[in-house]
Design a binder for this molecule. Structure first.
Ligand SMILES: NC(=O)c1ccc[n+]([C@@H]2O[C@H](COP(=O)([O-])OP(=O)(O)OC[C@H]3O[C@@H](n4cnc5c(N)ncnc54)[C@H](OP(=O)(O)O)[C@@H]3O)[C@@H](O)[C@H]2O)c1
Length: 298
């Protein structure tokens, strides 16, 4: 029988990629109307109606700075609702794939974070995502939690898109150079999700870190992206190049929520489970920008 895969948050940057990536893995159900995951009755009605074997939750409250003022909303979507998804999945015999964040860590680490390293969120968003992890783990549902960071893709908003837009509008840019992480394409997250849906017995349920190998800073990432895009047809409209991207300290760019200074994730566990190495972040970025160049030049 064809698997029913219910995707929550299908209009977000990751959700939109998942809808496409899972299309051949079963019958994808992505409700056209936004299904509010904080509405437990609506969730239950959807699960009863669609009878999914899989619930893939890409819905989340992701406004990291606003969360500092909207604690209740952040915890409702990222915490309580994730527990509800777990409880309903258990009752209806569905498996859950859920996404979490590098912001669960305090950022004081000096080597890539492993799944069993101590957490210590610096802000409300990270704390709410950690609450969701715990609630899903305690729900008793069979689940996979994929922690990731610095996500970019074709759909929705992300740092990369902002940098490429600013390269068309400004003659100089300042970007923080003392936060370390790995830019993660939605395609990588969707590929790992697909592998789990297709071969759940090969990847034991639990918590996994998913990101490309290697690390960079927001500043070096912005420079690299603008350099790659600037070399091709997209660069025709650029007002600046990598040399005009100035490195600044986080202290010179204050944000409401504190970010971890170091949030590189060790991917040894997911690599062992899948039997593949994660690609490196720069190669993934090159591949992504090449796609954008091809589309721009068409
Ligand atoms: N973006 C990153 O850099 C990053 C890093 C680490 C982890 N993650 C995690 O990756 C996952 C996907 O994030 P993303 O980057 O795709 O974020 P996104 O583009 O902001 O997408 C999140 C989606 O969730 C929806 N949503 C929010 N509250 C909801 C609710 N109560 N009910 C139903 N839908 C709701 C949003 O819809 P509306 O816009 O209509 O509210 C949006 O479409 C999340 O779990 C996030 O925490 C992201």
């Amino acid at each position: 029988m064809e698997k029913h895969i219910l995707i929550l948050g299908s209009r977000g940057q990751l959700g939109a990629q998942l809808v496409r990536a899972l299309a051949m893995s079963g019958r994808v159900i992505a409700p056209a109307e936004r299904l509010d995951i904080t509405d437990r009755a609506a969730l239950e009605a959807a699960i009863t109606a669609y009878r999914p074997q899989w619930i893939v939750n890409a819905a989340a409250y992701t406004a990291v700075d606003r969360a500092e003022d909207e604690r209740d909303q952040a915890f409702a979507a990222n915490g309580t609702a994730v527990g509800d998804i777990g409880a309903l999945a258990k009752r209806h015999g569905a498996r859950v794939i859920h996404f979490s964040t590098d912001y669960v860590f305090d950022g004081q680490g000096t080597r890539p974070y492993r799944e069993d390293d101590a957490t210590g969120p610096q802000g409300v968003y990270g704390a709410s995502k950690l609450d969701g992890e715990r609630r899903l783990q305690e729900s008793g549902a069979e689940h996979w939690i994929l922690r990731t960071g610095w996500v970019y893709g074709l759909y929705g908003n992300n740092f990369l898109r902002t940098m490429l837009k600013l390269a068309r509008e400004r003659e100089a840019l300042k970007v923080v150079a003392d936060q370390h992480g790995a830019p993660t394409p939605t395609t990588l997250l969707a590929d790992v999700t697909r592998r789990i849906v297709e071969q759940p017995d090969a990847v034991a349920g639990g918590l996994y870190h998913v990101a490309p190998r290697g690390e960079t800073t927001w500043h070096a990432y912005a420079q690299r992206a603008i350099g790659l895009a600037g070399e091709g047809v997209m660069g025709k409209n650029f007002k600046l190049g990598p040399a005009q991207v100035e490195a600044i300290a986080s202290t010179a760019y204050p944000t409401k929520a504190k970010r971890p200074m170091y949030s590189v994730l060790s991917t040894a566990k997911i690599e062992a489970a899948l039997g593949v190495e994660m690609p490196d972040w720069d190669g993934e970025l090159q591949r992504f920008v090449a796609q954008l160049q091809a589309a721009a030049g068409f």
